[in-house]
Design a protein around this ligand. Structure first.
Ligand SMILES: Cc1ncc(COP(=O)(O)O)c(C=O)c1O
Length: 449
């Protein structure tokens, strides 16, 4: 029997008795007695499951304050002439297990530099997941290339690797896998497809610090990997980013490009500015904040993983709640967000917005995550621009428009529920509050719609 076919009475009997007795061949485990947490939903004026606050983010210590003050007093705030950004780059490369790291002003700029240096240009097509932060779309459009979407796998929330090959044509230059929510994409399949079709792989690991695929860090599996250190991120510096890679010549070109196109090591001094460039440099202040934040990254990653796995074990059998799946090759996730799918047919057809409101009222902050952004105005904004009209034929742009149809992604956008990483930094007992709140809503689903 499928878990979703367990009757309400069977489920409540097992849950409220607090027994682990099976109610069906696919047993619903005991959630513990909801006790005082049972009763009227908070959204209807009942007592919330939780009134305690959650960990806030970011978290810093006194040593960070001292390092920032010392950079300030030195008067060397730019990496040119300073040592802090280079120091951070060395530490981050070591942590990632790669030869080189280049720090940048943000994750977006890291992606832009990587794309430029790997030769992505006008007319190229880049295969990417529609289910990502909008920056991933934007960097492709800013390069005057076309982001060609491969539909999302709703189970893993990642690009569906089995939908990639059908999107490849003579214009395809690269696959841009995003380890979205900090959960690794299927890199075995992506790299195999890229090899077969001679494509570049640029990893958007902007949400995936310390995540691992077969023991190797996400961001180090493709040609180049990009990270973000924006304020909400697990390694935060307000803003910031990095590119990592093992190829010295490519990394030298990244450095030169991010520093206005000045010569750098193998990028030889044929003139003051031998190549095109931009200013994408990180500041010394950002680097000292990052070095102090790095001290907590390993421990925090462990805590997030332990709590995420525990939470999954607590909610996986609640009818209508489908936790995300990790591929078996994932040795560790980053859990920038904790996602699951909400199936309204098991909650008296109450729309997801109602479930989210009920869960928030129980003291559990949550959100519905990304919408189907490929339908957002920015896609047409790019296609209708003077540049795109010059660079692409009308037929090609129309064909592109007609292909913008990703049903699995759209379904996921309607069903997803996310918890922020900061909730996962709390304790196991706090995870019980999350599970209890979901269970309470399930038990009261008759009054939810
Ligand atoms: C998946 C993804 N890609 C790219 C970015 C861009 O990074 P930044 O905000 O540092 O420019 C982000 C940031 O949230 C992201 O989540």
């Amino acid at each position: 029997m499928n878990k979703n076919n367990v009757t309400r009475r069977q489920f409540i009997t097992a849950a409220s008795a607090g027994t682990i007795a099976a109610v069906a061949s696919r047993a619903i485990p005991a959630y513990g007695n909801l006790g005082k947490k049972a009763g009227k939903l908070a959204i209807h004026g009942g007592q919330p499951v939780r009134t305690k606050s959650w960990p806030s983010w970011p978290i810093w210590d006194k040593s960070a304050e001292e390092s920032i003050r010392s950079v300030l007093r030195s008067g060397i705030w730019c990496r040119l002439g300073g040592t802090k950004v280079s120091e951070f780059e060395k530490m981050y490369a070591e942590l990632m297990g790669v030869k080189r790291c280049l720090a940048t002003a943000s994750g977006t700029t890291a992606l832009l530099v990587a794309m430029h240096v790997l030769g992505i240009d006008a007319g190229d097509e880049i295969i990417v997941s529609p289910y990502t932060f909008i920056a991933t779309y934007n960097v492709v459009f800013l390069t005057k290339a076309l982001p060609v979407f491969a539909d999302t796998d709703p189970e893993t929330f990642q690009i569906n690797p089995d939908k990639i090959e059908e999107r490849i044509n003579e214009n395809t230059r690269a696959i841009l896998p995003v380890h979205i929510l900090g959960l690794p994409a299927n890199m075995d399949k992506i790299i195999a497809i890229a090899k077969k079709h001679n494509l570049l792989v640029i990893e958007d690991a902007c949400q995936a610090w310390m995540a691992e695929w077969r023991g190797k860090k996400c961001g180090t599996l493709g040609d180049l990997g990009c990270f973000s250190f924006q304020n909400s991120k697990h390694l935060p510096a307000g803003e910031g980013g990095a590119i990592v890679g093992d190829d010295d010549e490519i990394m030298d070109r990244c450095y030169a490009f991010h520093n206005c196109g000045r010569p750098y090591r193998s990028v030889k001094r044929t003139s003051s500015y031998p190549v095109r460039g931009s200013n994408r440099r990180m500041q010394e202040f950002q680097a000292v904040i990052l070095m102090s934040q790095m001290k907590r990254l390993e421990k925090d990653t462990q805590t997030r993983n332990e709590n995420a796995h525990y939470l999954t074990s607590k909610i996986k059998d609640i009818p209508g709640i489908i936790p995300h799946k990790l591929y078996e090759q994932v040795t560790r996730a980053a859990y920038h967000l904790y996602p699951f799918r909400y199936k309204k047919e098991h909650f008296n057809n109450a729309p997801r917005s109602r479930f989210l409101a009920a869960l928030s009222a129980e003291g559990i902050p949550c959100s519905g995550g990304y919408g189907p952004q490929y339908k957002d105005g920015l896609v047409e904004d790019a296609l209708n621009s003077r540049g795109y009209k010059k660079l692409y034929s009308k037929e090609r742009l129309n064909r592109y428009r007609q292909e913008l149809h990703y049903p699995d992604n759209d379904q996921l956008c309607q069903e997803a529920v996310w918890f922020s990483q900061r909730l996962l930094l709390a304790t196991k007992t706090d995870m019980d509050d999350i599970a209890d709140a979901i269970l309470k809503i399930y038990e009261n689903r008759d009054k939810l719609a």
